[in-house]
Design a protein around this ligand. Structure first.
Ligand code: IPD
Ligand code: CA
Ligand code: CA
Length: 277
C-alpha cells in the first residue's frame, strides 16, 4: 500500500511535545535523586555503560505518548529496541528515541543530558527534537525547513582555519575501542584549537548547529544518539557524515562540521587513523 506523505511540521511538533514531557519526568527524577532518593542502575555493554530506572521510565512515557498521538507507527528506542513496533501496513514513519542521552552525566548530577525523539522515513531523519531537562532548552529540526533553539533559527559557525576550530568528541564504552579513540584524539590535538568531551552525543551535535563548537566527531554512535540531533546540525548548515556513509572515517564514524573546515578536518582524521578506530 502507498503511504501518504507525512506532514513534517506535525512530526516536529509531536517530537517536541513528547520529548518535553519526558524531559519533565527526567528533571523531576533528577531533583529527587539529588535530594537523596536512590536510583536503580544496571550495566549494559561494559561496566561503565549504565542504564538507570529513569531511562526506562522516560522511554515508557515516550512510547505511551507516541502510541496515543501517532498510533500504529513503529518506535525504535535505546532501551526497548524494536519492542512492539511492527508498523501498520503503509506506515511511513519510524520514531527513534534516546530516553536520556548522557546517562553518565545524569547519574553524576551533571546538567548535560537530553531526551531525543526523531521521526525517520526510510532511515532518514525528517523531524526531531532534543530537549534538555535541566536548562529546558529545546532543539528542533524539520528536514528542508531549518533547525531552531527555543524557536530561534540556528546557523553553524564560520571558522577561518582548522587550527582555530573547537572540536567536540565522545568515546565508546568498550575499553579497547577507547584506546584507539584516544590515539585519534592525540593525533588531532595539534591541528585544532582544542577538544571538548561534554558527554551527550545529541547535545554535541546541537552545539555544532549553534556554533558553540565548530565540529564534532565520534565513532560507535547508535541511531538513537544521532537521529534528531544530526538533523538539527544538517539544517543549521553543517556538513554531516552519518555512521556507514564515509568508509574512510571507519564503519561507524560520525562527523559534523562547519563547512569552511569540514574537508580539512576529515583529511586530518583520516590521516590520524579514523578508518581503523
Ligand atoms: C552516550 C553519550 C556519550 C557518547 C556515547 C553515547 P548514552 O549515550 O551520547 O556522549 O560518547 O557514545 O552512547 O549512553 O548516554 O545514551
Ligand atoms: Ca545515547
Ligand atoms: Ca541513552
Amino acid at each position: 500500500m502507498e503511504s501518504a506523505e507525512p506532514d513534517l511540521a506535525i512530526l516536529t511538533e509531536t517530537a517536541e511535545r513528547v520529548a518535553t514531557e519526558a524531559a519533565e519526568l527526567v528533571r523531576d527524577a533528577r531533583e529527587s535523586m539529588l535530594a537523596g532518593r536512590a536510583v536503580t542502575v544496571d550495566t549494559k555493554t561494559s561496566t561503565t555503560d549504565v542504564v538507570t530506572a529513569v531511562d526506562h521510565e522516560s522511554e515508557r512515557l515516550i512510547r505511551a505518548r507516541l502510541a496515543e498521538l501517532r498510533p500504529g507507527e513503529p518506535v525504535l528506542g535505546e532501551e526497548g529496541g524494536h519492542e512492539g513496533t511492527s508498523g501498520a501496513p503503509g506506515t511511513a514513519v519510524t520514531w527513534v528515541v534516546d530516553p536520556i542521552d548522557g546517562t553518565v552525566n545524569f547519574l553524576y548530577g551533571l546538567p548535560e543530558f537530553a531526551v531525543s525523539v526523531a521521526a525517520q522515513v526510510d532511515g532518514v531523519s525528517v523531524a526531531g527534537a532534543v530537549v534538555e531537562p535541566v536548562s529546558g532548552r529545546r532543539w528542533t529540526a524539520t528536514r528542508g525547513a531549518g533547525s531552531w533553539l527555543d524557536g530561534r533559527r540556528l546557523a553553524v559557525s564560520a571558522p577561518e582555519r582548522l587550527d582555530l576550530a573547537l572540536v567536540g568528541t565522545g568515546f565508546a564504552y568498550v575499553p579497547e575501542r577507547r584506546a584507539r579513540q584516544a590515539e585519534l584524539v592525540a593525533g588531532l590535538l595539534g591541528h585544532v584549537r582544542d577538544i571538548r568531551r561534554p558527554g551527550s552525543a545529541a547535545l554535541d551535535l546541537c552545539a555544532v548547529a549553534a556554533g558553540w563548537t565548530d565540529a564534532y566527531f565520534e565513532h560507535g554512535l547508535h541511531r538513537w544518539d544521532w537521529a534528531a540531533a544530526a538533523l538539527v546540525a544538517t539544517e543549521a548548515g553543517a556538513v554531516v557524515s552519518l555512521p556507514g556513509e564515509d568508509p574512510e572515517l571507519g564503519a561507524d564514524g560520525t562527523l559534523a562540521a562547519a563547512p569552511p573546515i569540514a574537508e580539512a578536518l576529515r583529511a586530518v582524521l583520516v590521516k590520524c587513523g579514523a578508518g581503523a578506530v
